[in-house]
Design a protein around this ligand. Structure first.
Ligand code: NOJ
Ligand code: CA
Length: 690
């Protein structure tokens, strides 16, 4: 008897933390494996789930732990973002840090949990210690054990791209061939695991809870994807590897990114959550006065749709006897055309002009996996850098640089200082970078640790030159814009551009993005296409929205850097509708998520920074919908003029997308504003004090 009781495990110690409806329990199981669970309103939403690692040589760092102690603290503070959806953010959580020691190896691991009113976050911390110095993670073993067969809104876990259409299905259907093929129709899936999904992963339970799993503050570590077990409903971390299959090369002391679980019984709360931003550190930039949100147009859509080209000549060997490139006559980034865009921007109060295809290299940039295609400073002969920057300056327009790296991140690292000095010299205030193609160094992935570090180096370098940055083809964001507020936006999802060169984005695409990709940060989605069909030589191409929905996206798809993506001539044909793009701010004092359901609709109202004007955007999927919005967020007793840009009664994304109406009415905080959205439609409104 005595002998047996010695072997009996001591009753497991349970450490808990809670905030309002959310609670987290931590314990060790009988094998000494760290295990956590999460409840919302006394209902378990994450069943006991293991935590831990495997290091190289199958070195187990996930069991045989003992709890050495724990500490608890509460934080309740507010902070002001440099730009954002609101001007003040409350950061209120209870934190518990558990100190663990692995028997036999005497190695230490801390796990910190933060419990917020809208969810739980945790991260691993490797304290400085004699037995862990440099170490290599071959697997992170974090689990999220779901309680049922939830509905999921997902894209595949690819190591190199997030540019997929979303699939909506039950967890048990995630390996359904038809669905997978549908979702991989355009992007090539590099990752071998057909059960892997990308985060942010949005889910809805049968009893109406919304659960979102992602990560925050991804620094010096690979992006986390989730492997799905479609019969047990277990999700487990799957980190993006390097060429050797290793995941992360680390040096203690170190802490991982936060793993985040946002939960609510209201979909609107998911969109209103600031948890991911709160888990990132404060601004690392002291003087932020040069960081200015802006709208921009660009010499861009005309290349996307095939009207013009990025390259100056057609092929790399298309040279004359003297070795000069022979112009193809379609090069869009020529001085005269760029001036036309500058004129349009200046006339309409659009601050920025982006020009792509201005520098040499575009004849042979795509798919060849070459190292030194671009040098980021040599313009084509028809692009006069000085003349263009002087012209822009005289017209009060800021030029936006384009640095496509064609995946050669090493080449960009070598050239970065030269590239940023060039931008400074010619007055460029922002840069759009890009990483199309396989990453060089060979074997690295867009979402692996090496590239995670590269993107951050580019952000830091841009900050040191006081330049704002918009990154295309990076890993999806994790709230780092709080620490680096010059990191204005990035792509990392299927943008509007897919409507130019593929079958396009389904009408529900933009109703899912805020719940997935945008949870981590703003997206350069490039809204504002007015000519919705017959813009490409392939006349079957079309944008799967109405024109009014394109306007609404300026509100529903938050970004401090927002493109008006269409051609000046297409705006000139609808200057009455373009007025909304002119008026809509890109920085906000307040945001109200009025209604939302992933895959179906999103209705948001925002108050422009430093003004008393509100802007409302409502979008729907393929179904027509009607909303009656309560405007009680307006100042009591004040009258406002609402200008409502709506789908015309006969509008439909398929048959009549460009039909809209504009009406002005007087509204107040007691108004119930009725909005009718066409199939694939939307509505936008500016609400300005009278
Ligand atoms: C892909 C980007 O998303 C797009 O905006 C850009 O025009 C091309 N790459 C070329 O750099
Ligand atoms: Ca739907």
């Amino acid at each position: 008897m005595f002998f047996i009781s010695l072997l009996d495990p001591a009753p497991a110690q349970v450490i808990t933390a809670g905030m309002q409806k959310v609670t987290m329990d931590f314990t060790l199981n009988t094998d000494g494996v760290p295990v956590y669970s999460v409840s919302y309103d006394q209902k378990v939403i994450i069943k006991p789930s293991a935590l831990g690692f495997t290091f190289t040589n199958n070195d187990n760092f996930n069991s045989n732990f003992e709890i050495q102690g724990s500490e608890k603290r509460s934080v309740d503070e507010t902070w002001k973002p440099v730009w954002g959806q609101v001007n003040e953010i409350r950061n209120h959580y209870e934190e518990v840090t558990v100190h663990l020691k692995q028997h036999a190896t005497n190695r230490l691991l801390d796990i910190s949990f933060r419990v917020f009113a809208d969810g739980v976050a945790f991260r691993y911390e490797f304290p400085k210690q004699p037995r862990i110095k440099y170490f290599i993670v071959t697997d992170e073993l974090t689990q999220f054990n779901l309680t049922g067969n939830h509905k999921a809104f997902w894209i595949p876990g690819d190591y190199d791209t997030n540019e997929y259409p979303y699939t909506t299905c039950k967890i048990s259907e995630i390996d359904n061939k038809e669905l997978v093929e549908k979702s991989t129709a355009i992007a090539v899936r590099v990752a071998p695991d057909r059960y892997a999904v990308q985060t942010p992963l949005m889910m809805k339970t049968d009893d109406g809870l919304y659960i979102n799993i992602h990560e925050a503050a991804l620094v010096n570590y690979p992006a986390m994807q989730l492997h799905v077990n479609d019969s047990t409903y277990q999700l487990s971390a799957r980190l993006v590897p390097d060429a050797y299959g290793n995941k992360a090369y680390l040096h203690a002391p170190f802490h991982t990114p936060w793993r985040t679980i946002i939960v609510s019984d209201k979909a609107t709360d998911i969109l209103a959550s600031n948890m991911i931003l709160n888990l990132n550190g404060p601004s690392a930039i002291q003087n932020t006065s040069w960081i200015k949100p802006m709208k921009f147009i660009g010499v861009w859509w005309e290349m996307q749709t095939g009207k013009g080209t990025w390259s100056y000549s057609d092929y790399p060997d298309s040279t004359d006897a003297k070795g000069n490139l022979i112009p193809n006559g379609k090069h869009s980034a020529n001085t005269a055309n760029v001036k036309r865009y500058i004129d349009f921007a200046s006339k309409n109060g659009i601050k920025g002009v982006l020009v792509e295809g201005w520098n040499t290299g575009w004849e042979d940039w795509f798919g060849n996996w070459k190292e030194n295609v671009f040098d980021f400073v040599t313009p084509y002969p028809d692009f006069n850098v000085k003349e263009i920057s002087d012209y822009a300056k005289a017209k009060g327009v800021d030029m936006i640089m384009h640095n496509e790296t064609s995946g050669s991140a090493t080449n960009y690292e070598r050239q970065m200082d030269t590239a940023f000095r060039f931008m400074k010299e010619f007055g460029y205030k922002a840069v759009k970078t890009g990483y199309v193609g396989r990453i060089i160094p060979r074997g690295e992935h867009h979402d692996g640790q090496w590239m995670v570090n590269h993107y951050l180096r580019s952000i830091e370098k841009a900050a040191s030159y006081e330049i704002m940055i918009d990154i295309h083809e990076p890993m999806r964001p994790t709230g780092l814009q709080r620490t680096w507020p010059n990191f204005m936006a990035c792509e990392a999802a299927r943008g509007n551009e897919y409507n130019a060169f593929s079958k396009g984005n389904a009408p529900d695409h933009e109703t899912i993005l805020p719940f997935t990709r945008l949870m981590g940060g703003p997206m350069d989605y490039t809204p504002g296409i007015f000519k919705l069909s017959h813009y490409a030589s392939d006349t079957t191409r079309r944008v799967h929205t109405t024109l009014a929905k394109q306007l609404a996206l300026y509100v529903t798809m938050y970004s401090p850097l927002q493109m008006a993506a269409d051609l000046p001539e297409n705006y000139e044909a609808h200057m009455d509708a373009f007025q909304f793009i002119k008026d809509v701010p890109v920085d906000w004092d307040d945001t109200k998520i009025l209604a939302a359901e992933p895959g179906d609709y999103v209705v948001i109202a925002r108050k422009g920074k430093g003004t008393n004007s509100w802007f409302l955007g409502a979008i729907t999927d393929e179904n027509a919908r009607q909303f009656v919005e309560d405007l009680s967020f307006l100042d009591k007793g004040k009258k406002y003029i609402a200008t409502i840009y709506a789908d015309a009664p006969d509008a439909d994304w398929k048959t009549n997308p460009e039909a809209y109406t504009i009406r002005k009415i007087t509204v107040s905080s007691t108004t119930h504003l009725s909005l009718k959205l066409a199939p694939g439609g939307g509505a936008a409104a500016s609400i300005v004090p009278r």
